[in-house]
Design a protein around this ligand. Structure first.
Ligand code: NAD
Length: 296
């Protein structure tokens, strides 16, 4: 069992670190928030003095932070973790961040002889708590093989997507599909309502026809056809619209940098920006159907 540093014990990082403890690892954690530290302690995480103090003492360091600037802030500089890691330390960043920052983090690690992986997740807080996350990893095959047993303590599907940044690329491409498909499904239900077609009738046809997709069959944006979907509980998340907007913006940044035309991704980002601006960022992303209906 490894001694694992864990920086960022928030909604996702907290339960992920707790699962590492349950798997028998010694976990040394750090966060800026007192509440996150208290929850970590209660789950059996030892609290470290600073990210650098943790990195100097651990053979593996995982970060689970809000964005690219936070990850590079923790990695880089005199007080950063990269300045103090022992050669051979494995750095795994599980945050969802832009591809460029992910590649910078890999380069910083490589310059110190540390192995690194970008390994963002899907599955949300429920998956983090249940230990059923999907990890999409980018980095050298050796780093991936070293990380695999550690990631398996927190997830049920671990995919090596390619070199540095490939995990982040997979994450934003997947979530762009999700954002676009959810809006498409919502528009179809709104049109069906105007045409006098019942939700159930549209669901029964499309869930077994060419319109079938995850947004319809697992996460149906109207109450009724899929009882577990957030539509049945007034669009409590689930996956908040603000997080969908974050991922769609990352996809747009990457598309612009790479010169990829993504007109529907751009439209989806705009629509989720409108939902957010209307004060609905905390609602589940399937709640965009209310905005498409013109509801307040
Ligand atoms: P969160 O805000 O709950 O947790 C982030 C934690 O990082 C906070 O506790 C914060 O105090 C801490 N932090 C910030 N800067 C720090 C620093 N310099 N040093 C130490 N701690 C610091 O966010 P979350 O929901 O846990 O999300 C974390 C990441 O996972 C994000 O990149 C997010 O996009 C991604 N993600 C979230 C979900 C989800 O459903 N919440 C799903 C998939 C991916």
């Amino acid at each position: 069992m490894a001694v694992i540093g864990f920086i960022g014990l928030g909604n996702m990082g907290g339960p992920m670190a707790a699962n590492l403890v349950k798997a028998g690892h010694q976990v040394v954690g750090y966060d800026l928030s007192t509440a996150a530290l208290d929850a970590g302690r209660a789950a059996g995480v030892t609290i470290g003095e600073s990210p650098a103090a943790i990195a100097a003492a651990c053979e593996v360091v995982i970060t689970m932070l809000p964005g690219g600037k936070h990850v590079l802030g923790v990695y880089d500089g005199d007080k950063g973790i990269v300045a103090v890691v022992k050669p051979g330390t494995l750095l795994i960043d599980c945050s969802t961040i832009d591809v460029e920052s992910a590649r910078k983090a890999h380069a910083l690690a490589a310059a110190r002889g540390a192995a690194s992986l970008d390994a963002p997740v899907s599955g949300g807080v429920g998956g983090a708590s249940a230990g059923t996350l999907t990890f999409m990893a980018g980095g050298e095959p050796d780093a991936f093989e070293r990380a695999r047993p550690i990631l398996e303590a927190m997830g049920k599907k671990i995919v090596h997507c390619g070199g540095a940044g490939a995990g982040q690329a997979a994450k934003i491409c997947n979530n762009m599909i999700l954002g676009v498909s959810m809006i498409g499904v919502c528009e179809a239900f709104v049109l069906a309502e105007k045409l006098g077609l019942s939700h159930q009738a549209l669901f029964d046809v499309s869930s077994t026809s060419s319109g079938q997709c995850w947004s319809l069959t697992t996460y149906c944006p109207v109450p009724g056809p899929v009882p577990a979907s957030p539509a049945n509980r007034d669009y409590q998340p689930g996956f908040a619209a603000a997080l969908m907007l974050k991922d769609l913006k990352l996809a747009q940044e990457a598309a612009q940098g790479a010169g990829a035309p993504t007109p529907l991704g751009a439209a989806a980002a705009q629509l989720y920006a409108m939902m957010n601006a209307a004060g609905q960022g905390g609602a589940d992303f399937s709640g965009i159907i209310r905005m498409l209906r013109g509801e307040g």
